[in-house]
Write a protein that binds this ligand. Structure first.
Ligand SMILES: Nc1ncnc2c1ncn2[C@@H]1O[C@H](COP(=O)(O)OP(=O)(O)OP(=O)(O)O)[C@@H](O)[C@H]1O
Length: 343
């Protein structure tokens, strides 16, 4: 799926349309959009009420006639019309008009590894809606590896694990291409679900979706450090009344460990399909974690223990895919020049 560097250099915008967040990089400007992929719609009139951050805070707090929708699921655009309206509203008016006037506006988009042709078509149509006449597609894994400054184009192995909201993509890359890869249906959403279930089961508390993030922050930090108990507010499962409980760090860490094992299985499966020379390279270089969920507490140490390889978290894990794609459209990525006469 990965387009050539020459084709990408002709693009003026790079897009990462994720299940949780949408990021957009404009040539010579940098990242201009980094907002939740969420829209709030009035279902009586069809009018768009809010997009991005404003729509996300409405989630779970709307009257019957307002619905909060997420047009991307599992890395695939499931509602093209809504995704187009969302993008149009996230982009600055001036920029949008400039794109519409240009008859040759090209855009690049990163898509999950192994995307079906229908998913690719949906992504292309979505970008056509913001004025793109031609759309180039790049594997998210390649874009993220470039964004993490990994030497993807060199004849040596690099391993990247992109933990998103709905899925985790794992790949070993060499010479600018994917050698072995796998997508597992475990991401930040599955972890949030495990936390919500834990509180429901052990504290009889229903946690609003928006309160999961503070719990993540409480658990973040060094995997060996045990933070003190944290107060969490929710609704009592039996009485339905508002209640707060003190939640200990360790039991929550144990609750999220079980979905995380799916990621370990995926890493094992990719390594088993790799030639031994490349696996040997990885022993030194290690594994790079990217994607917003790379910050899930305990994930780094869990992978380190299971693989006995060094595991690094990207400097900016959440934006590295769009930054990598941005580097490609800016022409900052050099193809590997092989010199057959070199000694
Ligand atoms: N500090 C954090 N600790 C734990 N999880 C986090 C943190 N920050 C973000 N996340 C999680 O990261 C996920 C979003 O990551 P990202 O923005 O990479 O997803 P996406 O690209 O939209 O999703 P996908 O790749 O599945 O389409 C969310 O599930 C969010 O809960």
């Amino acid at each position: 799926m990965t387009a050539s560097l020459a084709q990408l250099h002709r693009c003026s915008v790079a897009v990462d349309l994720g299940e949780a967040r949408t990021r957009m990089y404009v040539k010579n400007q940098g990242v201009v959009v980094n907002q939740p992929t969420v829209a709030a719609v009035n279902i009586r009139t069809g009018a768009l009420i809010a997009v991005g951050d404003h729509a996300e805070v409405m989630d779970g707090r709307t009257p019957d006639h307002i619905r909060v929708v997420r047009p991307v699921s599992g890395g695939t655009v499931v509602d093209i019309d809504m995704a187009q309206r969302l993008l149009r509203n996230l982009v600055d008016d001036k920029l949008r008009k400039a794109w519409r006037r240009r008859p040759t506006m090209r855009a690049a988009i990163c898509l999950p590894y192994g995307s079906e042709p229908l998913a690719q078509r949906a992504a292309v149509e979505t970008l056509n809606g913001i004025g793109a006449r031609r759309v180039e597609m790049v594997d998210t894994l390649v874009a993220a590896a470039v964004g993490c400054d990994l030497p993807v184009e060199q004849p040596e192995a690099t391993m990247i694990v992109v933990c998103g909201a709905g899925t985790t993509q794992i790949a070993v890359l060499s010479l600018g291409s994917i050698v072995a890869a796998e997508t597992v249906p475990v991401g930040g959403n599955a972890i949030d679900h495990a936390v919500v279930q834990h509180l429901r089961l052990h504290h009889k508390l229903m946690l609003p979706g928006q309160s999961v993030r503070p719990l993540h922050l409480m658990l973040s930090g060094d995997g060996d450090l045990v933070a003190g108990p944290t107060e969490v507010h929710g609704r009592d499962v039996v009485s339905g009344l508002a209640r707060s409980v003190m939640v200990e760090t360790e039991p929550v860490r144990r609750a999220i460990a079980s979905p995380l094992t799916g990621i370990l299985d995926g890493i094992g499966s990719v390594l088993r399909r790799c030639p031994p020379d490349l696996v040997a390279d990885l022993g030194e270089r290690g594994i790079m974690l990217a994607g917003g969920s790379a910050l899930i507490p305990g994930l780094q140490s869990m992978i380190r223990q299971a693989t006995t390889m060094p595991v690094h978290i990207a400097e900016r894990p959440d934006t590295c895919a769009v930054l990598g794609l941005g580097d490609m459209i800016e022409g900052k990525v050099e193809p590997l020049h092989l010199d057959p006469m070199a000694t």
